[in-house]
Write a protein that binds this ligand. Sequence first.
Ligand SMILES: Cc1cc2nc3c(=O)[nH]c(=O)nc-3n(C[C@H](O)[C@H](O)[C@H](O)COP(=O)(O)OP(=O)(O)OC[C@H]3O[C@@H](n4cnc5c(N)ncnc54)[C@H](O)[C@@H]3O)c2cc1C
Length: 463
Amino acid sequence: LNPNIMEFLKETVGEDQVASKLIDLISYSCDASVFRHRPDVVVYATTTEQVSAILKMANRERIPVTPRGAGTNLAGEVVPARGGIALDMSRMDRILEISLEDRIAVVQPGVVYADLNKRLALHGFVFPPDPSSGIVATIGGNVATNAGGVRASKYGVTMGYVRGLEVVLPSGEVMRAGGRVLKTSSGFNLTQLFVGSEGTLGVITEVILKIDPKPTETCTAMATFPRLTDAGRAVSQIMRSGAIPSVLEIVEKTCIKAINQRTPLNLPEVEAILLAETDGFVKEDALFQMNKIVDIFRANGAMEVKWAESAEQAQALWKARKSSFPVVSSLNNTTFAEDITVPLSKVPDMLQALEELGSKYNLIFPTVGHMGDGNLHPHFSYDRTNPDEVERVTQAEKELYRAAIELGGTLSGEHGIGLAKAAFMPLEHDPVAMATMRSLKKMFDPNNILNPGKMNLEAASDV
Ligand SMILES: Cc1cc2nc3c(=O)[nH]c(=O)nc-3n(C[C@H](O)[C@H](O)[C@H](O)COP(=O)(O)OP(=O)(O)OC[C@H]3O[C@@H](n4cnc5c(N)ncnc54)[C@H](O)[C@@H]3O)c2cc1C
């Protein structure tokens, strides 16, 4: 970047909020994906006015800007693919207001998910999406990726809670969308347009979130299934039974094997383990629902059903599910978590397709998934120094996406598109939908400065 621009940035945010040493640029070249590209400079914003001034200048000078929260996304969404400014929003981290009367929290985008929930818990409230990365991921990142988690089958994902936003547009203009009301039918829903937009349309500088009372009672149970088809049928019956599990997770056999190789958990080597949780405000409610679920487990050939009698026992049951990501990450030098989501009725077909892909390409896909909403995380674990294996992974990945789309599914249930799945967007979205997304991008960001290269939003002339 030319020295005048560096000078401008330092004057705008302060000398100590601009970093350009090699170590800084390398740190900001990556996220939790396999992609890498360095920015030219890292800037830490602390006010909306600063973000506005930076975007105005960047728009004039045609400098790419990549907004960033904690950098935990799994799809290359904050890798500055065209260099320019890495705009770190994590220092805008104040909880501005918690209003129990209005049932909302007003926060800056850099607030960490778990920190907000710690504060809300003091009042018996919660912001429920619960991504597993919640102890570090920011609310800005959650909104920009429409994050979800293990409780989404009952409580939904981030989009259900975002009521209002302050956003700085690429022109530097500040826009407020939505507000403190819990519902509105007034005009286009501009707020939701930014949910899941991955920092490509504007920089979020304030978020108004709906908050919920936190259920006080939970029941947890785990069941092992010698046959995957039985587990699939159990899930299908549970979801039609009237019980609403707050958690319904699967750990399949490849993942169970990997967990047994790397931990002392000594799980039964069955085809599938299902973990269920129910919740409520009185114990009887959670119990009533869990009784239904456990009956369905048993009626569908569960070999063993364990019901937690205490919080400690519940934690022990969670261990298999929680250890899956660290275990799978340790299997080889490269791992990435896929995020395909299919209609509930198609989950068994998707699991079957995964098994076939594994045999065809001689790969393993340790898989966990949110069975209550059809979101599966098969993990590709491979040796990136082996060109033959890389080629097989590339082919298998393409077929995986095609299979999910053919089953009526989506490329991503919660992680987003970024660089990882950009090329595959037209598989899922028809030409009219793709053209509409690209014209929206062009309208908000005519000079293509905000997070360029992501989500396949560019017309050939922008590249
Ligand atoms: C171990 C692990 C477990 C995970 N588990 C889950 C899970 O259960 N559920 C889930 O949904 N995700 C999960 N993720 C993915 C990731 O944590 C989420 O996508 C999270 O919401 C990203 O938050 P972040 O603050 O790290 O955002 P970043 O990774 O920094 O950014 C993500 C996107 O948001 C944009 N962005 C960030 N801040 C702003 C802003 N202020 N304005 C505009 N755009 C912005 C960025 O440009 C980027 O496109 C997991 C990741 C890891 C590593």
